[in-house]
Ligand binder design. Structure first.
Ligand code: 3HC
Length: 300
């Protein structure tokens, strides 16, 4: 049976230049994914320091690929040349798609979408990389709900093939068709979700984490739980994955879900405890595991 409104039925919009706003871990990876596929990217950060830190991190990751021989210096230079930076969202005016990857906070993202609605041309697609916030709310804030959708990348965004596109209530079907096609064009595996709790990926993975927390309460070691899942063919267990995604991000997702969480789920608050201690995972060098400079992990 055909599902109505699937992207194949619609025209795509032309996308030749892409903006990324928010240059944290996810924003940087998204910039890399786009430039690697040959797309010019306008990368908008908070200020000069934030932009310099992002360019430094991108240079470090690509240089290490060059040193390992998995990328040529020429390819790296080409990719770097496709990236321009700015601290002014108005510099996004000549893009046909902007991917927002600022802090996972509804008020901050609403303000960014309001700004994007002003500074970009009507018809420019405005996509959020949110992993759990309500994209309908962001769509309303932009004043151009039909141009708004989700494009949820996975860390490390320049490596992970999965791309979870999200159709909001008022998203124009052409927008959906465009982001599905663009996902393929940049070498990703795009899937489509509606606006719902956790979309597809975090909805499924949060259950796996939840059982992991309960098992820890009942005496199992996090590293052992990870080992079991690894042996069943998952690329990472839930604890290593929490460290990779960021325990602060996981805590924010748990908070967003708190109203419908069970008492037991709330009580298993390991993530909140670690965040309070400043242990956010790979990015702080300590979470469920301890990390050296090369992201090599040992149990914490
Ligand atoms: N940051 C940057 N680059 C990384 C990285 C990291 N954390 N981990 C690996 N890489 C790079 C490596 O440098 C290497 O680059 P190269 O090919 O240029 O040399 C490349 O990725 C492959 O690395 P490895 O050879 O170490 O490959 P692995 O086979 O170990 O794969 C992995 C690494 C792709 C990270 C794999 O372990 C995996 O798929 N893990 C699951 C990751 C996942 O599920 N991420 C989703 C997190 S949740 C999320 O992002 C959602 C959000 O909403 C919170």
């Amino acid at each position: 049976a055909r599902i109505p409104g699937l992207p194949a039925d619609f025209q795509t919009r032309s996308v030749e230049r892409v903006g990324v706003i928010g240059l944290g871990v996810m924003g940087r990876g998204i910039v890399m994914a786009l430039a690697s596929a040959g797309l010019p990217v306008v990368a908008v950060g908070l200020d000069e320091d934030n932009i310099a830190a992002a360019i430094k991190a991108i240079t470090k990751m690509w240089s290490s690929s060059v040193a390992k021989g998995s990328m040529s210096q020429e390819a790296m230079d080409k990719r770097m040349a496709l990236i321009t930076t700015s601290d002014d969202p108005r510099d996004l005016s000549a893009t046909q798609l902007v991917i927002e990857a600022v802090t996972e906070d509804l008020d901050i993202k609403k303000a960014v979408f309001a700004k994007l609605g002003e500074v970009t041309q009507p018809g420019t697609i405005l996509a959020s990389n949110t992993s759990f916030l309500n994209i309908d709310t962001l769509a309303e804030a932009s004043g151009r709900a039909e141009d708004v959708c989700g494009m949820h990348f996975f860390n490390p965004a320049h490596v992970m093939r999965l791309l979870e596109n999200v159709r909001a209530a008022k998203t124009d079907p052409e927008v959906v068709a465009t982001i599905m096609a663009l996902g393929k064009r940049i070498g990703k595996l795009p899937v489509l979700s509606g606006v719902c709790d956790g979309f597809i990926v975090n909805r499924m993975l949060s259950k796996r984490s939840r059982e992991g927390f309960f098992l820890v309460e009942e005496g199992a070691k996090p590293a052992d739980i990870d080992k079991v899942l690894l042996s069943y063919g998952f690329p990472m267990g839930p604890f290593a994955l929490g460290d990779l995604a960021g325990l602060d991000v996981q805590a924010a997702a748990r908070k967003a879900r708190a109203a419908t969480a069970t008492e037991r789920e709330l009580r298993a608050n390991f993530v909140e405890q670690m965040v309070a201690e400043g242990r956010l995972g790979q990015k702080t060098g300590s979470g469920w595991y301890l990390y050296d400079e090369n992201r090599k992990a040992s149990p914490n």
